[in-house]
Write a protein that binds this ligand. Sequence first.
Ligand code: SF4
Ligand code: SF4
Length: 178
Amino acid sequence: MPLFLKILARNLLQGPATEPFPYQEATTPQRLRGRVELNADLCVGCGICRHVCPGGAIRIEPDAERAGYSFSIWHNTCALCASCRHFCPTGAISLSTDWHSAHRQTEKYSHAAHYYVPYLRCADCGAPLRLLPPALAARLYAHSPVDMARIIKLCPNCRQIAAASREGERYGTGGTGK
Ligand code: SF4
Ligand code: SF4
């Protein structure tokens, strides 16, 4: 039997070698870079993700009425490069494995995710702030004798004062007891 007939017969017996998408869901690799998502609980509003985003896909704007900020991800211009995830200091932004992003051009402005992130108040001075995520605080103050439960509730200025005060107590050069 000619070789091509052998191959034809084998292929007919084995069936299709490719995914039957769109008639059936395709396999999604676990490390696929899909739709970008925000975990608003971990976001501190530093804006690094917006700064590094080559597609201009991230917008962060103050929301004075609700005392917080809005965070938008425009999937239409996202290049799925993962720079935002790489540079985010808190792990708040990530790429899901959702690759179902095909859409009509007329839908490009609705092809976005919008989040609202509320401000809290600094436990010392009352300034608006986002809580420092505990995992980030543990890294930042790994060698400092600060009260971790308290330091995460302080604004950056009060954190500096509290950390310096604890260092002063440790080395006997004074401290404010904060
Ligand atoms: S994956 Fe890249 S293009 Fe998409 S939002 Fe993040 S930084 Fe921007
Ligand atoms: S997602 Fe990360 S990098 Fe972007 S503003 Fe929030 S904390 Fe900063």
